[in-house]
Write a protein that binds this ligand. Structure first.
Ligand code: GLA
Length: 675
């Protein structure tokens, strides 16, 4: 197996006379793959039905002469002017009813039949043309699906979708509770899309269905292209889509990823819209863990940051070492492909300020030399790493259903589902416990600990599944709002946590959304330790569970806040409160003290240092990554070989600023055995 290493290249943006230079520089950098063409529709089909692959053929040939493999993008993320002009009603319409103007990308609605037709047509033509090319190895369908659309085409498609889902209007009206505010529908055609209303928001049943519908629309849009590609290339080529990590929550990525051969995503640790200077290692890791968890399978980073990011403003440039650190971090979490965005910064167009490996002038500089050094290292290490598997001891249940529901009603003005999940992930990450984000129906048997943060929408099947996991010895942690809604986004009519109440051995006697100024102290039973909670309080009434902590102030003083229920061989811990990072860390530290999980390497906890592991058969590869600008020396138990520097390490381990080590020991039977 190969570890893929390369860049996103846009030959259509450069004179042909430059292509060979680029191809040679790429080869010298140790690249073995390029992604091409995902924004080249207007060059590939300059007018309706006139296809021109000649320029791309030449670019592909030049690149492949240098030994590079090619991943081609289908170009539907950016429609050519002639197509939009012919069908202006394919425009995306915002929630407030504004029709977006052509001129960026993702301009067209996936509900529009003409857009779908043309997108599939060019995908089929491209695939037919390149099916036999010996160096084309894969396809990326479109790029970064997203943007909900509220257009006329979407409204018509939504009504059909609802008819298929509910069968009758009686059923729909009953499920949504349309009788509220007199919305009993008597015709499918009367059903609106949830654009801005005069007053409060739309019916949460309708709103939730719309979000599910929009998500499915993109999945179907992808499926149509996927089938066109498969017709031509069968299973000879691998097919993916470029997803947007954990931070994008408008699509059910589990469903989007299901038909793909592998997941790929774009990783911009210091994107200009974030706190750029201090790229947060846990947040980057969260993206990788979420993308790994979509198929519980290794993934690619199809766009890995290689320079300052920017549109109208810029992020700081990655510090020396940071580009390769971030790329190694991706590998550490299960990436089998690293493709840098982008090869060369383009002096024109909307992304003039987005920097690639080469600056606008095209001369190799600091960033090129750093990437080249990594290319040399991977030339040596890649075959040993490729295909090795990360090992996650803990899983967090990631639910797009709950995410959609919280987007409509977060309940507390301070609550964010993403932040809640991220806080638990970060607390585990701080302890270097490898954690995957998986869907509730996934096979959980390999995880020693499973967390269900704010798993709001819960089905009977999920309860059965979690119950089986716990009875066989699993430990499940449940946090507030879990089980509070049905799968159609209605509030359950039984005491919370609804369908999870029996498994948790507890009911919620009452709950309280705390104002931002308020904290509520909790006290652990049988100990003097206290911790401040905030944001939310569930006051618990145990049925079969034991009390682990009680509230220690206010009118709820003495009432249970955290409980633990023994079920079969396992346990369910219900955390009835929420809080800031230190609250979550306290909870996670407590839970970790009761389960058999451990980091891959015993070193003192150091905020900038991340440890994770992959296994190549019986051989453990321990990635130690320094996210800090200072070098770090840590005591080390045992002796290791660092594969990056080829040094033998004993007693201590020094990491350069943004330095990376990959430690291994010869496999010794019985010493480090896999589960
Ligand atoms: C995304 C896109 C790329 C590019 C980068 C930088 O990830 O996929 O085409 O626009 O962002 O903005």
């Amino acid at each position: 197996m190969t570890l893929f290493f390369g860049a996103d290249y846009y030959p259509e943006q450069w004179p042909q006379s430059r292509w060979e230079t680029d191809a040679k520089l790429m080869k010298e950098a140790g690249f073995n793959v390029v992604r091409l063409a995902e924004f080249a529709w207007s060059r590939l089909e300059p007018s309706d039905g006139c296809f021109d692959f000649s320029w791309l053929d030449q670019a592909v040939d030049l690149l492949t002469e240098q030994g590079l493999k090619v991943v081609l993008g289908t170009p539907s993320a950016s429609v050519p002017p002639w197509l939009f002009h012919a069908h202006p009603d394919m425009a995306i319409v915002d929630e407030d009813g504004t029709t977006r103007t052509y001129g960026s990308r993702r301009d067209a609605s996936p509900a529009h039949p003409a857009y779908c037709h043309y997108a599939v047509r060019i995908a089929r033509h491209m695939a037919g043309h390149y099916a036999q090319h010996p160096h084309v190895i894969g396809w990326q369908v479109d790029n970064e699906f997203g943007d909900r659309c509220y257009s006329e085409a979407s409204r018509r498609a939504f009504q059909v979708w609802l008819k298929n889902k509910y069968g009758t209007l009686e059923n729909l009206n009953a499920t949504w509770g349309s009788v509220f505010w007199s919305h009993l529908y008597t015709s499918w055609e009367h059903i609106p899309v949830p654009r801005k209303t005069t007053h409060a928001k739309h019916n949460p049943g309708l709103h939730y269905d719309y979000y599910c519908f929009q998500s499915e629309l993109y999945t179907e849009f992808q499926q149509a292209q996927l089938e066109a590609l498969r017709e031509q290339v069968g299973f000879e080529h691998l097919i993916t889509h470029n997803l947007m990590g954990f931070s994008y929550g408008n699509l059910d990525y589990f469903k989007l990823a299901a038909p793909l051969d592998f997941v790929s995503w774009d990783n911009y640790p210091s994107a200009f819209w974030r706190e750029a200077v201090t790229a947060n290692p846990a947040h980057i890791a969260l993206g990788h863990s979420a993308m790994w968890g979509l198929k519980q399978q290794n993934f690619w980073v199809m766009e890995q940051q290689s320079g300052a990011s920017g549109w109208h403003v810029m992020s700081p440039s990655p510090q020396p070492g940071q580009i390769s650190l971030w790329a190694y971090q991706a590998i550490a979490h299960g990436a089998d492909g690293i493709v840098f965005f982008r090869w060369r910064s383009y002096p024109k167009g909307a992304e003039q300020n987005w920097h690639g490996i080469l600056d606008h002038h095209g001369q190799p500089g600091r960033r090129y030399h750093e990437v080249k050094k990594m290319g040399e290292q991977l030339g040596r290490l890649g075959p040993g790493i490729a295909g090795s598997l990360p090992e996650h001891q803990v899983a967090i249940l990631h639910s797009y259903e709950s995410r959609f529901s919280f987007q409509i009603q977060p309940d507390s003005p301070q609550f964010s589902y993403e932040a809640h999940v991220a806080a638990y992930y970060s607390a585990l990450h701080r302890k270097n416990i490898p954690t995957a984000l998986v869907s509730a129906p996934s096979d959980l048997t390999s995880y020693k600990l499973v967390l269900a943060p704010a798993l709001r929408l819960v089905s009977e099947e999920t309860v059965q599944h979690l119950g089986a996991y716990v009875r066989q010895g699993g430990v499940l942690v449940v946090t507030p709002r879990s089980g509070s809604r049905t799968m159609t986004n209605a509030i359950v009519e039984t005491p919370l946590p609804g369908l999870l109440a029996e498994l948790c051995g507890v009911t919620v006697e009452e709950y309280d959304a705390l104002p931002s100024s308020m904290t509520r102290r909790l006290k652990f039973v049988g100990s003097e330790s206290v911790v401040n909670s905030s944001l939310w309080s569930d006051v618990l009434a145990p049925t079969t569970a034991q009390i682990l902590a009680v509230y220690d102030e206010g009118y709820v003083a003495g009432k249970p806040a955290i409980t633990c229920n023994s079920v079969g061989q396992g346990r369910v811990i219900y955390i009835g409160a929420m809080g800031d990072g230190s609250f979550v860390q306290t909870i996670v530290d407590y839970v970790l003290s009761t389960v058999q999980v451990k980091p891959a390497l015993k070193i003192p906890e150091t905020p900038s240092v991340e440890v994770t592991e992959r296994w190549q058969g019986e051989q453990q590869l321990i990635f130690v990554l320094n996210h800090g600008a200072e070098s770090v020396t840590l005591p080390l138990e045992g002796s290791y070989l660092d594969l990056v520097s080829e040094e033998h390490l004993e007693n201590h381990l020094t990491l350069d600023p943004y330095g990376v080590r990959i430690l291994t020991q010869p496999p010794v039977a019985g010493l480090e055995t896999r589960k």
